[in-house]
Design a protein around this ligand. Structure first.
Ligand code: ADP
Ligand code: MG
Length: 584
């Protein structure tokens, strides 16, 4: 194919726009001036120069009257905007963005690009689609097709490439300024949008604003100055809030530092140095996240579908990187959402797949490196009942997360004055830690309390690279002291025997109903169960024997929960027999 006939896929987003193209059969993002995400912001500098992307975004801080953001919301609405004293249509503003992309991509690929596929929200009407097409033409692009964003996301995952696939999907797209949920159906190679719901004014920008509001309120209380009154101060605070928000997706704390943000009554400079905890942030946006679930419910109701009728849930849009989003969606949909593809790249990559199909290119599905099993640590807590529940698994990195990845979370010691903790790192999906694969363990000692009740907080940080090397670091909150360990999170292949063992363990986990009942057991029984667990962990254990042992463990747990001592004893006797067989 003639290089100039290649077709570019473009995600023309409300806050960020992203181009992608098929390179050697593989959907690939193309950087524009070195950046994969181009801020959808346009401005005219004081010297009359057109600014697009990050420079325009920076200018918005100092000169909002010369700068336009979120133009996508105005597409096809018959309104115009004023930028540096001149009037423009939304198509024209969008065309500035598309032209920047076209030229940036041409510079990167080294040949002219004329044709494009552009994505739009599924709910866009014909006028809005037409306006998008016109924007492309103004920018000098032949728009081969306008496709729906959820359809593009599905294509990015390779769904819909085979015509014999029948799948129902829910695409949850939480971007910067908008939230869309779509239910789409693939059948016989045709994609149908069954329902869309969402909120045109809900997204990451609102989260930034909530956080900035909180900081501004605290600042007003302390210094009596309102940061919202000064556009520049407010814009700087919003930027800092966004950075903190992004940091909080992988870390439990983030710092907002702004020097010279205001002046006091005596004209002395005032600064902000404030730490934000993830929990505090999640609290601030909780009602907004709940609203997205209301939209999910609406889309399901509109199609008369239950969560279990949905074959795949896809999370797309940069804001779905917030861990609380994953939690809420998986709880509501009763399944693990797919996050293998970068949420801010999925739409663009899917657009490039569609573009490649039109251009007649051979397309391989996107290769992504994901971690096949969840990684986490063992924890204990005093559940609802106040009874100690130990041996629980707290995953930090979920399975199917793209690598490399970094995640951290805060944990606290159980008792006041507790000075040491043992960090046991496991890999697996069982809610019972010891039923997963132990990757390693180490001690953290001499802990100093930081809480009023005498307990200590530590931040546990997991960093997983493409070679499955896992770096675990534990940082003490009080002193910042850090202990770290390097482990290998091998993705070894399991033998059929090992798979049978794991299945048995999983079955036991479900039947046992968690760990809550363990404490009421006789210590002798607990020791026996520990021994059985060790036997189950032996790599050479025969699959059938493993299943039998796991089943017996479950029987003991159940009998113990029912406080049926006779049954407990009977099953224990059987377990002893089985263990003798193993230990022979
Ligand atoms: P749109 O489709 O609206 O143009 P995107 O899908 O690119 O937007 O999402 C942009 C939003 O995602 C922004 O609000 C940005 O702050 C947010 N975002 C990006 N990365 C993260 C992250 N790691 N954690 C939380 N929010 C993020
Ligand atoms: Mg988007």
């Amino acid at each position: 194919m003639n290089l100039e006939d290649r077709i570019l896929g473009i995600d023309l987003g409300t806050t960020y726009s992203v181009p992608a193209i098929i390179q050697d059969g593989v959907p690939t993002l193309v950087p524009v001036k070195g950046q994969h995400l181009l801020a959808s912001v346009v401005g005219i500098s004081p010297s009359g120069e057109v600014l697009v992307g990050a420079p325009a975004r920076n200018q918005w801080v100092v000169a909002p009257e010369r700068t336009i953001r979120s133009i996508k919301r105005k597409m096809g609405k018959g309104e115009t905007v004023t930028m540096a004293g001149k009037t423009y249509t939304p198509q024209e503003i969008s065309a500035f963005i598309l032209k920047e992309i076209k030229e940036g991509v041409e510079a990167e690929l080294g040949h002219p690009v004329r044709r494009a596929v552009i994505t739009v929200p599924a709910y866009f009407n014909e006028v809005q689609r037409q306006a998008t097409l016109e924007a492309g033409e103004i920018a000098g692009l032949t728009v081969e097709r306008i496709i729906n964003e959820p359809t593009a996301s599905a294509l990015a995952y390779g769904y819909g490439l085979k015509s014999n696939q029948d799948l129902r999907m829910l695409v949850y797209d939480l971007g910067g300024g908008t939230f869309d949920v779509s239910i789409i159906e693939l059948s016989n190679g045709v994609v149908d949008v069954l329902a869309t719901a969402g909120d045109n004014y809900l997204g990451g920008d609102d989260f930034d604003e909530r956080l900035a509001e909180q900081v501004a309120n605290d600042f007003a209380k302390e210094h009596g100055a309102d940061l919202r009154a000064n556009h520049q101060a407010w814009a700087r605070l919003l930027r800092a809030a966004e950075e903190a928000k992004i940091e909080l997706s992988s870390a439990p704390y983030a710092m907002i530092s702004l020097e010279y943000i205001a002046k006091d009554k005596k004209d002395r400079p005032l600064h902000i140095h404030r730490e934000v905890a993830r929990d505090e942030f999640v609290e601030l946006i909780d009602d907004l996240l709940t609203r997205t679930i209301t939209s999910v419910d609406k889309a399901l109701a509109d199609t008369n579908l239950k969560p279990t009728d949905i074959d795949r849930v896809l999370l797309v849009g940069g804001s779905t990187r917030i861990p609380a989003v994953w939690d809420m969606v998986s709880a509501r949909m009763e399944q693990e959402p797919h996050i293998e593809i970068d949420p801010d790249a999925a739409v663009a990559l899917g657009a490039s797949v569609q573009a490649g199909i039109i251009a007649g290119e051979k397309i391989d599905t996107i290769l992504v490196d994901v971690t096949p099993l969840s990684l986490g640590i063992e924890v204990a807590d005093f559940g609802f009942t106040g009874r100690l529940q130990s041996d629980r698994f707290a995953p930090l990195i979920r399975r199917n997360t793209t690598v490399p990845v970094r995640k951290s979370q805060v944990f606290s010691t159980l008792y006041p004055g507790q000075e040491a903790i043992q960090i046991k790192v496991y890999q697996g999906e069982s809610p019972i830690a010891s039923q997963n694969i132990l990757l390693g363990d180490f001690m953290v000692e001499d802990l100093k309390p930081n809480r009023p009740d005498g307990r200590s907080d530590v931040t546990v940080n997991f960093q997983l690279d493409v070679n499955a090397i896992l770096d675990v670091a534990v940082t003490e909150r009080k002193s910042g002291k850090r202990v770290s360990e390097r482990l290998k999170a091998d993705r070894q292949r399991l033998s059929p025997d090992e798979i049978a063992q794991s299945q048995a363990r999983l079955a036991a986990a479900y039947e046992g109903g968690g760990t809550a009942d363990l404490e009421i057991m006789d210590p002798g029984v607990t020791v026996l169960l520990d021994r059985a667990q060790m036997a189950l962990d032996r790599p050479d254990l025969d699959g059938l024997l493993a299943a039998e042992i796991a089943g017996t463990i479950a029987d003991i747990r159940r009998a113990a929960a029912e406080e049926d001592n006779e049954q407990v004893e009977e099953h224990c006797d059987h377990l002893i027999d089985l263990l003798l067989e193993v230990e022979e």
